[in-house]
Design a protein around this ligand. Structure first.
Ligand code: FAD
Length: 366
């Protein structure tokens, strides 16, 4: 008899559980924390341009997979800031959502759709679960676990420093920053939670040259820039820091009857750190394979391909200085940006093509 253990009650683990239940298997879910989403609150996004040809991921998960998610809002405008330029991109660009302890966080919404038992404060190891179950789904959101168990290629680690701020926001506008002065080789962003609250974050890789930087000074510069752009003094009500957040990918998405899903598989796209879509998707596909309704390794090939494109794009972007970012942002403003973000093409492939002249120039100069 099939007996499934899921390690981790986050996005991929819970999406896996819902899909298994719908097909007649009740897994046991092991969660190390006291409850679902028992961590800091932050705001994340699902960007349509990264999931093409799927344009509306919320509709896709409900119609194709019976997984119902309520975003906090839809994104109608993306403003990208470089040091001296801004690009305003409009359209139906994606969704914002909350995570962690927030009442309506994605993981808490998923938990309400799960009937199976969740064992909290779990200290069960993977090796332990292997003894008691026919199948184990690794969904711990922490690639360090995957790296211990199998051949995991770590490409980089990232520091994310963020705060919840109160002020006045347009809840349909997300902002992103490409500016090496406060996010060297990384990015910053502002995602509204409501008209009165937003999440601001800087994320940058832990390369040796970045480790020598004063993170406090980077954050202060970013915070001041956000206040200036938003034309108001934002009040910080909460903050968080994630260090050494691993970005990498497994060689084997499945070993025997162990399935690696979400961040354990390699769901975070190295370019801008998006991982929610792939986490939900890999959880669902692992469940389908266990139920004899698909081949996990085959189904997640597009995610592997996106990962490779995304790492190539990151490497290209890392070569750019602030004038390179100004050049790109200026071109993205107006019809080109709108066309790219609203087209049905894969942005990762397109961006690689657009960046080629710039990165070739840099390489020649090196
Ligand atoms: C600050 C930040 C901002 C982000 N922004 C975005 C964004 O805007 N868009 C986007 O698409 N992605 C974003 N991501 C990435 C996205 O959040 C992840 O890719 C996604 O949540 C991973 O899902 P998961 O199922 O692998 O893990 P999670 O959803 O993190 O769930 C893992 C669960 O496993 C539990 N666990 C851990 N260890 C154990 C253990 N040993 N035993 C049992 N349980 C365990 C954890 O407590 C947790 O509940 C962001 C990530 C961070 C950190």
């Amino acid at each position: 008899m099939v007996k499934v253990a899921i390690m981790g009650a986050g996005l991929s683990g819970l999406a896996c559980a819902i899909t298994l239940e719908r097909n007649g298997i009740n897994p046991t879910i092991y969660e190390k924390r006291r409850q679902v989403g028992d961590r800091f609150v932050n705001c994340e996004i699902l960007m349509s341009v990264l999931t093409k040809p799927i344009h509306d991921s919320i509709a896709y998960f409900s119609e194709k997979h019976g997984i119902y998610l309520q975003p906090t809002g839809n994104i109608r405008q993306l403003v990208i800031h470089s040091e001296n330029r801004q690009a305003h991109i409009r359209g139906h660009l994606g969704f914002t959502n909350t995570r962690g302890r927030h009442d309506n966080s994605f993981e808490r919404q998923l938990a309400k759709q799960v009937k199976s038992k969740i064992i909290f404060n779990s200290k069960h190891s993977y090796e332990h679960l292997l003894q008691d179950f026919t199948h184990v789904v690794m969904a711990t959101g922490d690639a360090a676990y995957a790296a211990r168990v199998q051949d995991f290629r770590e490409d980089l680690t990232v520091t994310l420093r963020g705060a919840i701020v109160s002020g006045n926001f347009d809840r349909y506008t997300v902002r992103a920053w490409l500016n090496n002065k406060f996010a060297p080789k990384g990015y910053g962003y502002l995602i509204p939670i409501s008209d009165k609250e937003a999440n601001i974050v800087i994320a940058y890789p832990d390369y040796p040259e970045n480790q020598a930087l004063d993170t406090h000074a980077l954050w202060e510069r970013f915070y001041r820039n956000v206040c200036e752009i938003c034309d108001q003094k934002l009040r910080i009500t909460d903050n968080f820091e994630v260090s050494k957040y691993i970005i990498g990918i497994c060689k084997y998405p499945r070993i025997g009857n162990t399935f690696f899903t979400g961040n354990n598989f390699g769901s975070i796209m190295p370019f801008l750190g998006f991982g929610q879509f792939a986490s939900l998707y890999t959880g669902i596909q692992a469940a389908k394979d266990i139920c004899g309704m698909g081949n996990y390794e085959e189904c997640i090939k597009p995610i592997k391909e996106s990962y490779q494109l995304s790492i190539a794009l990151r490497k290209s972007m890392e070569k750019l200085d602030n004038s390179g970012f100004d050049f790109i942002v200026e071109r993205l403003n107006g019809s080109l940006g709108n066309r790219i973000f609203n087209s049905n093409r894969n942005i990762l492939k397109m961006a690689g093509y657009l960046l080629k002249p710039l990165t070739n120039k840099e390489q020649k100069n090196e």
